[in-house]
Design a protein around this ligand. Structure first.
Ligand code: SF4
Ligand code: MSK
Length: 647
């Protein structure tokens, strides 16, 4: 039976459905087939009550066996499993950040090959923010000092992480009071692994607070560092136009797909692909040129800075190969399916894995070194061009769908756009929120998941929120989903926005849905919320703001960490499907109810995107009531004398 016969809604994206049909016709298994063959999924796993943390187990909690062999109950087991996900998510984002800091240090030492400081202004701005001495230092010396400072943020220290000072003061004080301010990224991850080892931390409340601490090391430290260093090395994003979906692949050019998360090699691929010798070599081999497109967050990185097209989001990685038009897929880390080589075997595509820590069975391994980045990039592009001759034109099937988009909304850019020509400021945004023309701001982030029709919840939730005059910030695969549906074209999004949101967006020149980057760039969302707060008039802490987060189709452990650092930052987070905590009423209640009294934030689970929008609106309006900005202001007509007194 076809995967789409009994599940006609594999995706709301026609290009995805077309390629899934092709896979079915040709008997090539994809993620959607494997999802089916995993049904029914294990209830012990999905409710979080399966423990294999020691070899007396594994143990599974049931009504007949309410404790594991060691005596751990459902609360302990559920909380420990959750913490290990937070640790893994934090490690992934932060190791990505460390890789970038290493490259920054190489550049500073003159050993960075073709890498440069692309944004010296941002370098100085970031250094000043962390009190790294800028006086008397040229860019390279300053880059070295900043890289050294960032490296100190990974190791354990008596002091809490310095980058936490980017958060509002009241929030920092709360973290101190709750004892959840991390003392180093690596030690936060190690601490969670230690606490969840058999026979250590057993109190579910204490465990969950430990999880929040580690998640803060992700959002406010590791991810924040990754974003800042990417901006310094590769440039701070500015609005840029491009296209998205499988239709960006070319019938006539050499197609190279970059996939994963680390932007370092793809930056050099961007440079090398436009070199005249490379283009000439492609033409010599019968191609019209070189087309670099991305999947997942590497895609978002090269989109934000170079305007390179995006071939698709997470669930489209196998489908891109199924077009028969991809000469090479270059992968780095995270969200790369181990199934790719199997699909490759049916086509001429070459799969190249480039990270020293990530090898894929049957993929070619070319371990990337920053000092030789440009050389690696040229070699890979040449190899892809050579592979063009192996493309079987009769088997090429590229879906027509491709959509225009505008991305590149860093905080710095939003700041400048809102301030117009004269002064960078968030004031117009705050004023619009205070007077109710914008009801609030929501970050919609995260992956796709074959458990639900791909892209549908992202798109529907976004449409519902902009219709209700909420400004939407996006990253990751959520942004790609909405881009495919046309919501990242300012014109289309404005047409779907509520009247007052549209009026504000048109007046200040920003679209109602802002693509802010990759998964680590969720730190930009934290800083956007902080900027709004610091601008004034909307309370004293992040938890006072009419702001929320949502991950309607998430699947990754990184999303678990992200959700927790949003909640630890005082924000309301609606997930499209629950964390694996249903096996413990206590943990579930702590996360979805009691947490609000602790951090000011909490989780909700809601699969229906319209109902999720209702929940978010209720939260936003509640915050507006508490801020006293929902009061209808009486219109006062002034006489001439009163007007003079006002001047
Ligand atoms: Fe079982 Fe306890 Fe070992 Fe977990 S830690 S596997 S509950 S004995
Ligand atoms: S890539 S973590 S599937 S958003 Fe960042 Fe997409 Fe989720 Fe990976």
């Amino acid at each position: 039976m076809s995967v789409t016969e009994d599940r006609p809604n594999v995706s709301r994206d026609p290009a995805t459905n077309q390629m899934v049909e092709r896979a079915q016709d040709e008997g090539i298994p994809t993620v959607f087939d494997r999802y089916k063959s995993q049904q029914p999924q294990c209830k012990f796993g999905t409710t979080g009550v399966c423990c294999r943390l020691c070899h007396m187990g594994p143990c599974r909690i049931t009504t007949k066996a309410p404790q594991g062999i060691c005596g751990a109950n459902a609360d302990t087991i559920v909380a420990r499993n959750l913490l290990r996900e937070i640790a893994a998510g934090t490690a992934a984002h932060s190791d990505h950040g460390r890789m970038l800091v290493r490259t920054l240090k190489l550049v500073a030492n003159g050993a960075g090959g073709a890498y440069r400081i692309a944004d010296p202004l941002r370098l100085r701005e970031v250094a000043r923010a962390f009190e790294v001495e800028t006086e008397g230092r040229d860019d390279l010396a300053l880059a070295g000092a900043l890289a050294d400072f960032f490296m100190t943020q990974f190791a354990w220290s008596e002091e809490t992480n310095v980058t936490l000072t980017m958060a509002p003061e009241k929030r920092q004080a709360l973290w101190e009071k709750l004892d959840i301010a991390p003392h180093g990224i690596d030690s936060a991850v190690v601490e969670l692994m230690h606490r969840t080892h058999m026979g250590v931390d057993h109190d579910y409340k204490h465990l969950i607070m430990g999880g929040l601490k580690c998640s803060l090391a992700d959002g406010w430290v590791g991810s924040l560092i990754a974003t800042a260093v990417s901006d310094i090395l590769f440039g701070t994003p500015k609005p840029i136009r491009s296209r998205v979906n499988l239709g960006v692949l070319s019938e006539t050019k050499v197609n190279i797909i970059v996939h994963g998360h680390e932007p370092t090699l793809s930056e050099m691929l961007a440079v090398a692909s436009s070199e005249p010798e490379m283009v000439a070599y492609a033409k010599e081999k019968g191609a019209a040129g070189i087309n670099i497109a991305g999947i997942c967050c590497t895609a978002n990185e090269v989109l934000m800075r170079h305007g390179f097209p995006i071939a698709g989001n997470f669930l489209q990685q196998e489908l891109a190969i199924l077009t028969g038009a991809v000469e090479m897929m270059i992968v780095d880390v995270q969200c790369v399916m181990p199934s790719l080589p199997e699909v490759m075997k049916c086509f001429h595509t070459r799969l190249v894995s480039t990270s020293e820590i990530a090898q894929t069975f049957d993929a070619e391994q070319i371990t990337f070194e920053a000092a030789h980045g440009l050389e690696h990039a040229r070699n890979l592009i040449r190899a892809a061009i050579d592979n063009f001759a192996n493309r079987d034109k009769a088997r090429v099937q590229i879906p027509q769908e491709s959509m225009e988009l505008v991305a590149g909304f860093s905080n710095e850019t939003i700041f400048h756009m809102l301030g117009g020509r004269f002064r960078s400021t968030f004031r117009p945004l705050n004023d619009a929120i205070i007077d109710g023309r914008i009801r609030g701001v929501v970050g919609i982030v995260g992956c796709n998941n074959p458990k639900v029709s791909s892209d549908n919840a992202h798109v529907t939730l976004t449409q519902e929120l902009i219709k209700r005059n909420v400004l939407v910030l996006q990253t990751g695969c959520a942004a790609i989903a909405c881009a495919k549906a046309g919501l990242l074209t300012p014109e289309a999004a404005l047409a779907q926005a509520g009247d007052s949101l549209r009026e504000v967006c048109e007046a200040v020149g920003i679209p109602p849905v802002l693509h802010m980057g990759s998964c680590v760039d969720n730190s930009r969302i934290l800083l956007a919320a902080t900027n709004v707060l610091l601008e004034g008039g909307l309370g004293e802490d992040l938890s006072d703001l009419p702001v929320a987060g949502a991950a309607p189709e998430w699947m990754s452990e990184k999303a678990v960490a992200i959700g927790h650092y949003f909640v630890a930052s005082g924000l309301y987070v609606v997930l499209g499907h629950p964390l694996y905590v249903a096996g413990s009423e206590n943990v579930d209640r702590l996360l979805t109810e009691e947490m609000e009294g602790i951090t000011g934030g909490k989780f909700a689970w809601e699969p229906d995107p319209v109902a999720a929008a209702d929940l978010i609106m209720a939260h936003i309006e509640g915050k507006r009531d508490a801020l006293n900005i929902n009061q209808k202001k009486e219109r006062k007509l002034y006489d001439m004398k009163e007007r003079r007194e006002l001047v």
